[in-house]
Each structure stands twice: as C-alpha cells, then as structure tokens.
Design a protein. Structure first.
Length: 280
C-alpha cells in the first residue's frame, strides 16, 4: 500500500500547472454536464448536456496523447450517435410530462441502485489499480507501432465480441429511431375541393390568402401586403407575428412612393408633349 501511495505522489508531482488547471476546469465542466443530463426536465436539454460532457472527454483524450480516441469521441459519439439521439427526441416529441410517467413500476429505484453499484465497482477498480506498473500511453503505443495499431489489435482480438455487440446495439437504435418516427396515414388525403368546401362550412376565409408583400415593394414576412386601396391586409402576415404585434406597416411609404412615381410619370409625359408640340 505504501508503494502505491509513493507512486501516486510521484505521478502527481510530475503533473505540470497547466495540466492540473486543465483537469480541474474541464473536469468540473464534465461533472456539471453529467449532472445536468440526469437533472434537466427537458430531454433535449439533457441530450445537449451529455454532448457537452462527451466533448470534454474528447479534449481529455487529446491532451493525454490518445489522438485517435479523441477524434472518434467527437466525430462518432458526439457528432453521429449523440446527434441521432437528439434528433430522435425532437422528432418523437418527448416532454417533461412524459418523463414523469413510469411505464415499469420501480424503475427509478432500480436505476438508482444500478448507478450506485456501478459507482462502487468503479471506485473499487480505481482503488485496486497498481500504480507501480503504470507504463503510460507512449509505451502502450510503441508496443504495437502506434496508437491506431494498438487499438486495432485490442478491438479485433481481445475485445472483438464486445465490439460486435456494440455495433448491433447501434444498428438496433437506428432501426428503432426510424420505426418511432414513421407515421402511417390512416385516412385518405383530402383534395383541394374538399378543403375549400370545409372552409366554407366552417365560415373561414374562403379564398386563398395573399402572399406577403403583395402590392408592396418588400417580400419580408413581417410586412403586410397592401390591398388595392392602399390599406394593409393583416391576413398576409402569419398569426404568430400578429399576436406579438410584430407587423411593420409600410403602407404610407409605399403610397408616397407611388404618388412620387405618378408625379414623375406625369412630368415626363408633360415634357414629351412639349417636345412634340415644339417639333410641330
């Protein structure tokens, strides 16, 4: 035990100030992200917190010289798998109310027990680790000719079964995402005639709505179109902007531009008439 303690003191003494600062700052961010993953009420926020924790782990891998693991952590886990989970959550529409419903009785207590058990096993494994035989990543990479070669030798020999099981789980997750997001149409799609008849029966706006910016010199969605008499039509602006009061009225400016254009046209016609009379 004393030998392990002495080795731990020696390793900690070799750590530079920059490495220690990086560890404590990024470690705090990783722990906060992990806690936010399980404490956030919205599933989307939990997924984003988990993605942040994964990025911090990638930085740790890169700082320790495991460049392949760092890139894989960002590209595969954070960029592909975690974004897949995020899109599935957004498409399925999991809300805070859904997370409070337990489909399996006692699953929360079972999850807490499994988490505590995993934490105890992790602490025991770290406590029983032999620090006197610590070789470092450089020695481990040089044994197989490089970081990528060493990982390939372990994945396809010693851990090939676990690697294949992980691949099967990822494929199952992708198929499950497609099944959850697929919606079959249970009724026939209504035609334009049927939709117009429904609008008439319900007393809604019968003709189609005019496009935004009609008769105006704009195409912005928050600018109402102008009717032939120069007044703004609120029907050309979406309901959300109407509720917020975010409608820009440019009818006065548009009418002023039209009047100025008419005046210039009349002046041009007057000059043309004067020139014709002068030539005669």
């Amino acid at each position: 035990m004393s030998a392990n303690l002495a080795a731990a003191v020696t390793l900690s003494a070799e750590t530079s100030t920059g490495e220690a600062f990086q560890f404590w700052v990024l470690g705090t961010v990783a722990v906060v992200g992990a806690l936010a993953t399980i404490l956030m009420k919205k599933a989307v926020h939990s997924a984003l917190s988990l993605a942040g924790t994964m990025i911090v782990l990638a930085v740790f891998y890169l700082a320790n010289g495991a460049y392949f693991l760092g890139i894989v952590q960002i590209v595969v886990y954070t960029g592909a798998i975690m974004m897949l989970f995020l899109f599935v959550v957004m498409l399925v529409g999991v809300t805070a109310a859904d997370s409070l419903k337990e489909t399996i009785k006692g699953q929360r207590w079972l999850a807490v027990a499994c988490g505590l058990g995993f934490g105890i096993l992790l602490a025991a494994g770290i406590g029983n680790a032999s620090l006197t035989e610590f070789a470092g990543l450089g020695a481990a990479n040089s044994a197989h000719g490089g970081n990528v070669e060493g990982l390939a030798a372990l994945i396809f020999t010693k851990y090939v079964f676990a690697f294949e099981i992980t691949g099967a789980l990822l494929i199952t997750a992708a198929v499950g995402a497609m099944v959850l997001t697929h919606r079959e149409r249970t009724e026939r799609a209504r035609t334009q005639r049927e939709l117009s008849e429904q609008r008439v029966r319900e007393g809604k706006h019968v003709p189609p709505l005019p496009a935004p910016g009609v008769y105006a010199r704009h195409n912005a969605v928050d600018i109402a179109g102008l009717l032939p008499d120069g007044t703004a039509s609120e029907l050309t602006v979406m309901r959300t902007l109407r509720k917020r009061g975010q409608i820009r009225d440019v009818s006065n400016e548009a009418m002023a531009d039209l009047k100025a254009l008419e005046q210039r046209s009349e002046e041009r016609l007057g000059r043309d008439r004067d020139e014709e009379e002068a030539t005669r």
